[in-house]
Structure formats: structure tokens, C-alpha cells
Design a protein around this ligand. Sequence first.
Ligand code: KG4
Ligand code: ZN
Length: 350
Amino acid sequence: MMKILGIESSCDETGVALVESATSGMPVLLAHALHSQIDMHQAYGGVVPELASRDHIRRVIPLARQVLTEANSSLAEVDAIAFTRGPGLAGALLVGAGVACSLAAALGKPVIGVHHLEGHLLSPFLSADPPAFPFIALLVSGGHTQLILLDDVARYELLCETIDDAAGEAFDKSAKLLGLGYPGGPALARLADFGDAAAFALPRPLLHSGNLDFSFAGLKTAVRTQALKLEALGTVCEQDRANLAASTQQAIVDVLVRKSLQALRDTGLKRIVVAGGVGANTKLREQLNTECKKRQIRVHYPELALCTDNGAMIALAAAMRMQRGVAAPRHHYEFGVLPRWPLADLSVAA
Ligand code: KG4
Ligand code: ZN
């Protein structure tokens, strides 16, 4: 049995978790704690990188203490420390890496640098209904929109991605146009509940392109045009805003669901995992579940608490890599973070 402490600090959430892992079988989450910086960044309408780094510094040690206490464990019992090596904000990543490496050096324990997106992709393995390889993953976060074929841990094939904005960005930017705060995704989704999704005819970019690629920049422009039209009318009523929110959400969800189904059809796979912050969207879940049920396709999600950034997925990814021998924990504490780090770099040859 091994206990792995996971530290996530790539953006605006500090996450720490303790995972227990045997040489085989699913790793188990013992405890996790999270501090979201949303309140702090809200005043600025988005993440301020320097403030993010400073806040990670304040939070990470108290969160680690909290996790160890909750798991009834201690630093002495930690066998390895995993941290998010990238991609993400350089300064924010350096905080997690610095703390992980110094703790590990002090304890004489090894460190493992983890890819943030691999953490998201594997996070459903900690859910009550874990998937099994191979499967398709729809990765929808603030910065990424990708469909990936996962054959096994470290055997990933990128099927397609967005050619411009990410789905999360489309939610966030549209929310801003509607005068909603940051982060826009959840706010837009809440407003959409009161709106009519058929009220505005918005484009579904690349829906019928034949390939799997996504594009959301055109949708954002269309939302801006509609928002300006409403403003020009003088009286923007709450119902109009809700209708535009619902129509926007529907356009994004339609594209995500359609392309996911196409990837499943192309590969003949019967299993899909949804990972990343946008995976928390209720409309997306409902529509994907309905369409997949019709086709006898299983859909897996991370637990809601593990949909957004967290330390559990980082410790889990480290554990699963170690089980398969594709990541060697290192007693070498140089913490070169990788703010830009293509997921493709992780794959090992079959
Ligand atoms: O994966 P994530 O927490 O952070 C990274 O980008 O790594 O994803 C954040 C994104 C943001 O764009 C946020 O607006 C979006 O996920 N999001 C949502 C919802 N919850 C979070 N978008 C739509 N509906 C939601 N319920
Ligand atoms: Zn993330």
C-alpha cells in the first residue's frame, strides 16, 4: 500500500488530497480539500495570475494539514508527493511544485509531476461508477475542448480539438456579454434555466463539417450581435437575457453532443467519459445521457466535487501511472514546471 499526497495549483483552485493505492486495483481517495479563489478574482472579472500565485502560497500547507487530519494520517506516512507540473499559469504551478518538492526533499520521499489534463481525464475512476478502458473522453474545461481516445493509462490519441475558443471559454465570454460575473459558465447555466432555448437562432459551428473539430468563436460573435441588438432596443428585460442564455447553452451543448456521438460512431466504442469544468453542466449531462441511452452507450462522469480542479485527480493520475510503471517517482527535486505541455507528450508506444 502506498499513500500519495496530491497537490493542484495550476489556476484558481488550490487542491490537496491523499490517495491510497496498491500495486493493482483502483486507488482510493482518503481525503481531499479545496480552496477556490473565485471570490478573490471576481472583482477583476477573471483570474489575476499574480494574485493566484500568492493565494496558493497561503492555502496549500493549511489544506495539506486538513487533509492529513481528515484521513487520520501524517506526513511521515506519505510515500510520494504528486503535483501538477502543467499546463497552467507558470507562477501558480511553481507554488505547488515548490511546496511538493521541498516537502518531499525534507521527508526523503519521491515526487511525481502530473499533467493536469490527465488528472481530469482519469478523475471518473474515483467515482462510484468508474469506467473501463478503452473509452472516448470529452474533455471540456476553461482552456480545452477535445475528444480523446483512451486505450489505457498513457495511451491517448487526440481525435480532435477546438480550432479557436474552448467550450468553457464560450460559456465564460457569452456570460460576460450578458453582464454575468466570473466564472461565467455556472452563472449562464443558472440564468438559462429560466429561458427559452429556441428563442434565438444561434450558429452551431462545424456541426456538419464532417470532421470532428470544434469551433466556438463564431458563436461568441453571434451572441454579441444579439446582446447589442437587445441593448439597442433600450429595454433589455430579464426574460430576453434568460432566453439568450438558454439559446447559447443549447448551441454549445448541441455541438458537444453531436461531435461526441460522431467520435463514438467512428471508433465503434460504447463508452464515454466527460471531464473538465463544463462537464458539470446539467443540460450537457441530460442531453448526452439521453442520446447515449438510445445507442446503448455508457456515460461516466467524475463526482461533482471532482469536476473542477482538485488535488484528488492529481494523486490518482500519479497512482495509476505508477501502477502501470509508466511514471517513476523521482528523488530529484528540480521543479521545472511546464505551463504549455501537449497531452500527446504523455503517450507511451503500445
Ligand atoms: O476544468 P476547469 O475547472 O478549469 C480548467 O479550465 O482547467 O473548467 C473551468 C470551466 C470554466 O470555463 C467554467 O465556466 C466552466 O468550466 N463551468 C461550467 C459549469 N461549471 C464550470 N460551464 C457550464 N456549466 C457549468 N455548470
Ligand atoms: Zn482543470
